[in-house]
Design a protein around this ligand. Structure first.
Ligand code: PLP
Length: 401
């Protein structure tokens, strides 16, 4: 048996250091809890960046995974399989759009949406070939491919991986007038997160998404929402845009929790007039839409629906936000969030958020800082009210003094 130090040394020897993990080696998970190699227990308040909304090893997901794994796992899209249709039908029904294109990771789904917007721009809006522009927001996070980091405003994601292609215009998040000012005759889409989670759980002003949608309609461009982190019940609605009336997107991107915490599953959804433009050979993925992914994705959606996890996230999110706002901690500058997607922003002159995440780790809480000054809390949506109280006590202890 290896010690935690040995596991970490082994990884540091053979793996690229593209992450700086907290010094804990996890070996087991159940529900909202995980255990390290020495048997210590932690409340998982990161949930793999909102992917574990159903918690670890949810019995319904594990059953769907193992049953399908014994029957048929992978066909490629060279053939049909008997699972993909039912999965996408349910996804479309729950998201209120006609069609879906299944992918695996979030970044792949964002890339898919970008290709879709450009094709729509050339074939429907009739923008001249190779001139399509997409408006995006400063401090966005849409993934790590070269196209996506090319329109990031964050040097840590972007440098030194250029050169980058043209076709993206940055505007301030939350500023509808800036969006409208950035539109040109060649603009085909606006791509935005309903809440900028990686940027530090940044919420736009009320009415921003509906205003953005209206601007998109006025200028004949697609309104594209990246709900990879905010979607699927996380913020207390099935989709975060549903907190606003009239903010439904033309193109919706989902991922993370769609894989039930066990498998990478993502998708792009749109109505037939947009997604119907894609023809054979224009886009694909060897693993996208495979029967194992479809079985898991369908089980994840059914579980989110049957366990009323949107309502639960809304209720428990209120409890968490109220509890955090009631803490008497000099270190806290602001507590913000929606549902169970919460950020604690610290004062600029105090210890870093990483320092507090290390303290929380020692107290049995797993979480991760974002952008140096924000502690993110995104526990599984199946967390219990008593566990939220337990978490609040730990946060108070970690942030004391
Ligand atoms: C809003 C958003 N978009 C896209 C991604 C990229 O997803 P993936 O890491 O699965 O490629 C993330 C991941 O954190 C995300 O939060």
């Amino acid at each position: 048996m290896h010690s935690a130090e040995q596991f970490i040394a082994q990884v540091e020897r053979v793996s690229a250091r593209n992450y700086a993990p907290l010094p804990v080696v996890l070996a087991r998970g159940a529900g909202s809890w995980v255990w390290d190699t020495e048997g210590r227990r932690y409340l998982d308040c990161l949930s793999a960046y909102s992917s574990l909304s159903l918690g670890h090893c949810h019995p319904r997901i594990v059953a769907a995974l193992t049953e399908q794994a014994q029957r048929l796992t992978l066909t490629s899209r060279a053939f049909h399989n008997d699972r993909m249709g039912a999965f996408l039908e349910l996804l479309c029904e729950l998201c209120g759009l006609d069609m879906a294109l299944p992918m695996n990771t979030g970044a792949e789904a964002v890339e898919t949406a970008i290709k879709l917007a450009r094709k729509w721009g050339y074939e429907v809006k009739r923008v001249p070939k190779d001139t399509a522009e997409i408006v995006v927001c400063r401090n966005n996070f849409h993934g790590r491919t070269t196209t996506i980091v090319g329109f990031s405003s964050e040097p840590a994601y972007r440098d030194p991986f250029g050169p980058y292609g043209p076709g993206f215009t940055l505007v301030d998040f939350g500023d509808a007038a800036a969006l409208e000012a950035a539109v040109t005759p060649n603009t085909v889409a606006f791509l935005v997160e309903p809440i900028q989670a990686e940027a530090g759980i940044m919420q736009p002003p009320d009415g921003y998404l509906a205003a953005a949608r209206t601007i998109c309609q006025r200028h004949d461009m697609l309104f594209m929402l990246d709900e990879i982190q905010t979607g699927l019940a996380r913020t207390g609605r099935f989709l975060a845009h549903q907190h606003e009336a009239d903010a439904a997107p033309d193109v919706l991107i989902v991922g993370k929790a769609l894989g039930g915490g066990v498998y990478p599953v993502s998708a792009v959804l749109a109505n037939k007039d947009v997604l119907g433009l894609i023809n054979p050979s224009e886009h694909g993925s060897t693993f996208g839409g495979n029967p194992l992914a479809a079985a898991v994705g369908q089980a994840a959606l059914e579980t989110l629906r049957d366990e009323h996890l949107s309502e639960r996230a809304a209720e428990l999110g209120e409890q968490l936000l109220a509890g955090l706002r009631g803490l008497d901690c000099a270190a806290i500058n602001e507590v913000r969030g929606r549902g169970l997607l919460v950020g604690i922003e610290l004062h600029a002159d105090g210890p870093s958020a990483r320092t507090y995440c290390e303290r929380l780790l020692a107290l049995g809480v797993l979480t991760k800082d974002t952008h140096g000054r924000v502690i993110r809390l995104a526990p599984p949506l199946i967390i219990q009210a008593e566990e939220i109280e337990w978490l609040l006590e730990r946060v108070a202890m970690a942030l004391a003094d």
